[in-house]
Ligand binder design. Structure first.
Ligand SMILES: C[C@H]1O[C@@H](n2cnc3c(O)ncnc32)[C@H](O)[C@@H]1O
Ligand code: ZN
Length: 448
């Protein structure tokens, strides 16, 4: 492509393969300022301001006409099981334990790396379409996940889901899978993809195995991703077996630190919240999944924010959500807190937008999540011409309460364009591939 900035050449496929110095002109920020945004070929935002385009037109390889758009930071999905897109609609309207043990785990026993690759390709497509640029993913065959993520161009923290039920041989096998993944991701040298360790939950990984995971996270300086206090049954069982809450158990086994990202936290007590705050641990809130699986209580945001716990947002997998739309998640989070805790001021629009952006980037340790000079260009342009964005009394309110993923027009991650005006390369191939992969998974399960 020529150095000459040309908005029409943006359709060129080459555009989607590498980061280029880019000028976005005349977009609106959530505070209603109309600005130009310039980022360089390393994907770092250099300057934001009204009318900087004259100064930087010559520096930019690409110019994106941002008029009629609202620029928000790319969204961070901090708890998901991406390849579960293949299980969308497979098992609905069930309680968590029954859902996992009777439907999900028996089907997952037939998964192959190929299923995970296609399921993750579909997840990345769905996420990019709805403005998500980063995910914290726990699943199986994670090298195949890494390949799909690399092709999609988003950020990801990836861990193998460790489930041992106390079996020593299984722990050895799961730790090998984790070590193999860590080695593999590091060898790929992709700064957007990072490894983590993923003890599934205190009810699937006993204390002595949690200790092994904690030590590994400490030694390798990687995130420890887990599920925590999702149901009352989990908390009651943990009290009975271990004489303490699941959060206290994580702490006792060394699993609670600033590297910890714990999903759910619905049944955390005020004392648990204090403990999480003291340890600097992060909570990934998944309100749609919690409401669908009837976990019975909403994450206590008021206690967590009082104890200065960083709370981010996630969708969980597509079998309990059943989509990956972080706009839907933002709205559900904000209204679920108000409804459950009977407080009309709890979790206002601005806070839920931060949860889905800067708090997510903080939990996953990326220097992004805001549109600011010096940070990575993770930018989402929403159409202001979409009915859900009209009128524009309050852009932040529209983003949190009325917009959905379909409002997203253009998505940029670390400066690379992933979707431009609704176009994502190879979308149809991904849909076809994932669809046949889902059929193959169910066929294999039916044959046995
Ligand atoms: C990685 C494993 O985690 C399973 N899973 C998916 N959603 C949930 C949830 O809400 N709670 C607990 N475990 C979950 C997934 O199916 C994998 O087996
Ligand atoms: Zn989960």
């Amino acid at each position: 492509m020529s150095k000459q900035p040309d908005t029409t050449s943006v359709k060129d496929l080459e555009l989607y393969t590498k980061t280029r110095s880019t000028l976005i002109t005349g977009t609106l920020l959530p505070d209603k300022r109309k600005v130009d945004i310039w980022y360089d070929e390393t994907g770092t935002i250099r300057e934001i301001g009204p009318d900087i385009s004259h100064a930087h037109k010559g520096d930019a390889d690409i110019i994106i006409d941002g008029s009629g758009t609202l620029a928000i930071p790319g969204l961070y999905n901090t708890h998901t099981h991406a390849a579960m897109t293949l299980l969308r609609g497979y098992a609905d309207d069930m309680h968590l334990q029954q859902w996992l043990s009777e439907k999900i785990w028996p089907l997952e026993a037939h998964l192959t790396g190929d299923h995970v690759y296609w399921g993750t390709k579909l997840a990345c497509l769905e996420m990019i379409r709805s403005g998500t640029v980063a995910m914290n993913d726990m699943y199986f065959f994670m090298k195949d996940t890494a390949r799909a993520v690399e092709e999609a161009g988003i950020r990801a923290v990836l861990c193998h889901g460790i489930i041992t039920f106390g079996d020593e041989a299984k722990l050895e096998q799961e730790m090998k899978a984790t070590e193999d993944l860590v080695r593999h991701i590091r060898s790929q040298n992709n700064p957007l993809i990072r490894p983590a360790i993923g003890p599934h939950a205190p009810y699937t990984v006993p204390p002595q195995h949690l200790e092994v995971c904690a030590e590994y996270s400490r030694n390798e300086d990687i995130i420890l991703h887990t599920h925590l206090a999702e149901t009352k049954q989990e908390v009651d069982d943990c009290q009975k077996t271990n004489g303490m809450s699941p959060a206290a158990l994580l702490d006792k086994t060394g699993c609670l630190s600033s590297r910890t990202v714990a999903a759910h936290g619905c049944w955390l007590t005020e004392d648990d919240c204090r403990l999480l705050g003291e340890r600097g641990a992060h909570i990934a809130h998944n309100p749609v999944s919690n409401m669908k699986l009837a976990t019975g209580r909403a994450m206590p945001y008021h206690h967590l924010s009082e104890k200065k716990v960083n709370v981010s947002l996630g969708t969980d997998g597509c079998s309990s959500n059943n989509n990956l739309d972080m706009f839907e998640e933002m709205k559900t989070a904000a209204i679920c807190q108000k409804f459950f805790w009977n407080s009309d001021t709890l979790l206002p629009a601005g806070e839920v937008l931060s949860m889905a952006t800067s708090s997510g980037a903080r939990a996953l340790g990326y220097s992004a999540g805001e549109i600011k000079p010096g940070l990575s260009a993770d930018i989402c342009l929403l159409s202001l011409n979409h009915p859900s964005m009209v009128p524009l009394h309050n852009p932040v309110s529209n983003v949190a309460y009325s917009a959905l993923g379909c409002t997203v027009q253009t998505v940029i991650c670390n400066g690379k364009i992933l979707m431009y005006e609704g176009y994502i390369p190879q979308e149809q191939e991904i849909i076809t591939g994932a669809s046949s992969s889902a059929t193959d998974l169910l066929d294999r399960a039916a044959r046995q």
